[in-house]
Design a protein around this ligand. Sequence first.
Ligand code: 2RA
Length: 339
Amino acid sequence: MNLAIVGATGAVGQVTLRLIEARYPQHRNLKLLASKRSAGRKMNVNGKTFVVEETTDDSFDDVDIAFISVSTEASRRFGPVAARAGAMVIDDSSAFRMEQAVPLVVPEVNGSDLLWHDGIVSIPNCSTTPLVMVAHPLRQASPIRRIVADTYQSVSGAGGAAMDELREQTRTVMHGGPAEPNAQPQRIAFNVFPQIDGFNETGYTVEEQKMIDESRKILHAPDIALSATCVRVPVLVSHCVAAHLEFEQPVSAGEARELLSQMPGVTVQDDPAASVYPMPVSAAGCDDVFVGRIRKDASHPNGLAMWVVTDNLVKGAALNALQIAEEAVALGAVHGQRR
Ligand code: 2RA
């Protein structure tokens, strides 16, 4: 298969290339695409040197699968172009996620939705994926009525510039200097702030609304009541979610641990007495969604509380995209319903 990586020089693009090397060490049929600014850069993948090309309308001839991880505007511009050229587009932006004709996929949860794509498949926002990865197996115990999810999101979710800003601000503040925000709405060094993306009229941020809408779409559960508060924390990589789930019937913590430990892509790390629970530093660079602190929710007889952590650039983005491609190949669905 000929693969195109659009946004190859970005934070997610670089993780995608690292995962391609790990999962397909012989694969060299690659096209690395980026903006004009990054064109000409040389990158080594699987022992071959590639020159990054500027993304244009002609970039997608002969491409079988295009992984797009760029701005929403650039996805809107090039996603349909790539699909028309015959590529299966796996897009990491919010451009198409809620379109009815576009499956929004976490393969372990709703991989069969790939059977009805029409050229474009979206991957969820990086804070949604870990939530649905734990909610899905727990539905075997009892249907979910309500979820309250509060996130602690690393700066890599906002891209490489925000990561540089955290490093730079931390150094500056340590030396007594001022910390002017640039890549983010507030100072992030030695701070947390409850704003990721802009605010809607409802008072929720766009990020929070994504968690609500996308979780319902992936779980095929439009009636689940959902609320989220999304918070940026001074961590480089990995997003955390404090999740509270209310079920129709009581579900014990033991039952939840059992179901979660059987879920592919989920690792239970839950031994509080030994201070064992998931953390960003231990999840970074790993493939799985980690879950711990699983306990009865003291505020509701049918509730469970838990703490979920995943590398937002890996399962939250690049790995999920590659797994979608793998699942589409396995299902014979790369070309979808297109004639
Ligand atoms: C963030 N989830 O962390 C967003 C990126 N899609 O900023």
